[in-house]
Design a protein. Structure first.
Lengths: 319, 276
């Protein structure tokens, strides 16, 4: 896959602190790449440096092989979908989507706007103002406004966080769909690990301004390189320095399978979650673990003596 | 509850009735009477004062007032917009700069207008300095002309333009400017396509707050314009003092009010939200 965006040892210093510290990453053409991390980890600053709203203190950013650090935002062929959408309130949907095309004095503006509005399913809303749209519709206008420019990279800054949770899952599916259909490279910033895992071709996990690990969702979930990556992507039971995911942790009343590692424990509580059950058990050493078990299997009651066990292959190990 | 509301509103109603509605009715009555022999008013009722307004002399004064007030308003807008934009972007210093904008109000407008006379007159500071530097031989005619009046009005009413503009620009979402740049708009385009349209309520409010008092100004044209630059405010003042023609003065006042009202309605009608 040819590289469309390359970050080479990019850092950003603010007077009081270093927001981004030596981040290097490559994004391939047509890839859906996510930057995942807690708030303040530097992911948004990284995105803003690619957009041109912030200048990197050191390092290089290349778009199609050419350095763009010195270009103004309006000179870069990237486009941003803002967290609050930043739609122009005085312009209609049509005028918002046209805005970028008019700045470039492009041809067939009407036709291209029609096509992109069809893609995001906003046909018929051309003459509405942003204030007359629902949250989901505004989000799609913001997306259309950037997509219509066919940018080399589309930058998305937590675009789903302002939507209510039910809508979020639906929009997530649409977003992935649109990315596949258009083939445009997406650089997606989020703090929601489920979002990042389900949408991305590859993702990078950031913490404290540093990029901790880059890989496919499976790579990062199953083979995290640091404690932070392991914990951020999902629950981990830490047992004697070894990490085991709840779904790989077994709780049984019978002794463990041969070859498994096993510890005696007592059930603290059993939490019914609908599609599965979380059994919380305390080992004799005092540690508590959570095991995700099928609701169709055994049921457990408080105080019951059980074996907690897991296969050595499911252990998360770190260098 | 209703009673309490009535009690709280009573003082305002009293003030409005005694000091606004009643005088307005008196002025209306005066404007429809005839000038008394020794000033004041007398019968019969007539609309002659209003008919006299059609005289080219008075129409000329009206026209002159409009263009001077209009020029002052446009200059206030041109000077005030960059200033308001600058203040709205100044972070922690915003409050300091806003205080500086308001600072002149601590001194009487009359005193400040006199100060301009000292600066602008033939033997004033500006002419003296320019002559000492040898840049000019004869003093420049800086005072007692339209330019001096416009200068005085711009100086006096600039804060009324800056403050509503600042309020509008302060509310502007910074992300919108980034979005404009992101979509390929150079700074000038972002200014004309995004910033100015979105600060329209502030522009409208500032324009009204500057234009209306400028239209009725009499102190500034009187002091800085000398006898030459007569605006409608001076005409009204003259009718009540020197000319002792109260009915005509009243008629001019009411006509000015009516014109302002019509303009205001036309101006505000365009925005459903109202004045600001």
């Amino acid at each position: 896959m040819p590289q469309v965006l390359e970050l080479d040892q990019v850092s950003k210093d603010y007077p009081a602190h270093r927001a981004v510290n030596g981040v290097s990453l490559n994004v391939g053409r047509g890839e859906f790449f996510s930057l995942l991390g807690p708030s303040g980890c530097g992911k948004t600053t990284t995105l803003r440096m690619v957009a041109g709203f912030e200048d990197p203190t050191t390092g290089q950013i290349r778009l199609n092989g050419a350095g763009i650090e010195h270009l103004k935002p309006y000179q870069r062929n990237v486009s941003t979908v803002f967290q609050n959408y930043a739609l122009f309130p005085h312009l209609t949907v049509q005028q918002n989507v046209e805005f970028g095309l008019r700045r470039r004095a492009e041809n067939h503006i009407g036709q291209r706007v029609r096509q992109v509005l069809e893609l995001v399913q906003l046909t018929g809303k051309e003459s509405r103002y942003p204030a007359q749209l629902s949250g989901g519709e505004r989000q799609r206008v913001a997306l259309a406004r950037s997509l219509v420019l066919e940018p080399d990279v589309l930058l998305l800054d937590e675009p789903l966080s302002a939507l209510d949770p039910n809508l979020r899952k639906q929009v997530r599916a649409e977003l992935k769909n649109i990315q596949r259909q258009t083939g445009i490279t997406f650089l997606f910033v989020t703090h929601d690990q489920e979002e990042a895992l389900s949408l991305s071709d590859r993702l990078g996990v950031m913490n404290g301004g540093e990029l901790q690990q880059v890989g496919t969702p499976q790579d990062l979930y199953l083979r995290p390189r640091t404690h932070f990556v392991a914990s951020f992507l999902g629950l981990v039971n830490w047992i004697d320095g070894v990490g085991v995911r709840p779904e790989a942790t077994r709780v049984t009343k019978q002794p463990a399978q041969a070859g498994a590692r096993s510890l005696p424990a007592r059930v603290v509580q059993s939490i019914f979650l609908g599609n599965c059950v979380h059994v919380e058990a305390r080992m004799d050493a005092g540690q508590t673990v959570v095991a995700e078990v099928s609701r169709l299997g055994e049921s457990f009651s408080e105080g019951e003596a059980v074996d907690v066990w897991w296969q050595p292959g499911d252990e998360l190990t770190f260098e | 509850m209703k009673r309490l509301r009535a009690w709280f509103l009573a003082p305002t109603w009293a003030v409005m009735l005694c000091l606004f509605v009643a005088p307005l009715c008196i002025i209306l009555a005066y404007s429809l009477l005839t000038r008394g022999t020794w000033g004041g008013i007398s019968r019969p009722w007539s609309i002659e004062s209003y008919q006299r307004l059609a005289d080219p002399i008075y129409l000329g004064i009206l026209w002159r007032s409009f263009w001077i007030a209009g020029a002052a308003t446009i200059l206030c807008l041109l000077l005030g917009f960059p200033l308001a934009l600058f203040i709205s972007r100044s972070g922690k210093r915003k409050n300091l700069y806003l205080s500086l904008v308001i600072l002149p109000f601590w001194t009487s407008f009359l005193v400040r207008t006199y100060a301009w006379m000292f600066l602008l007159r033939d033997t004033g500071l500006i002419n003296t300095v320019l002559q000492k530097l040898g840049l000019i031989h004869d003093p420049l005619p800086l005072l007692y002309n339209d330019g001096a009046v416009i200068l005085g009005l711009v100086y006096g009413y600039l804060p009324f333009m800056v403050l509503p503009l600042y309020a509008a620009l302060e509310r502007l979402d910074r992300n919108l400017l980034e979005a404009a740049a992101d979509l390929g708009a150079k700074p000038w385009v972002a200014l004309t396509r995004v910033v100015i349209p979105l600060s329209a309520p502030g522009i409208r409010a500032g324009t009204i707050l500057v234009f209306i008092p400028c239209l009725g100004a009499y102190l500034t044209p009187d002091l800085l314009g000398g006898g030459k630059t007569v605006m409608i405010g001076n005409l009204i003042q003259n009718q009540f003092t020197t000319a002792r023609d109260w009915p005509f003065g009243s008629a001019v006042s009411l006509t000015l009010m009516a014109i302002v009202l019509v303009l205001l309605l036309a101006f505000v009608r365009r925005e459903e939200g109202g004045l600001v």
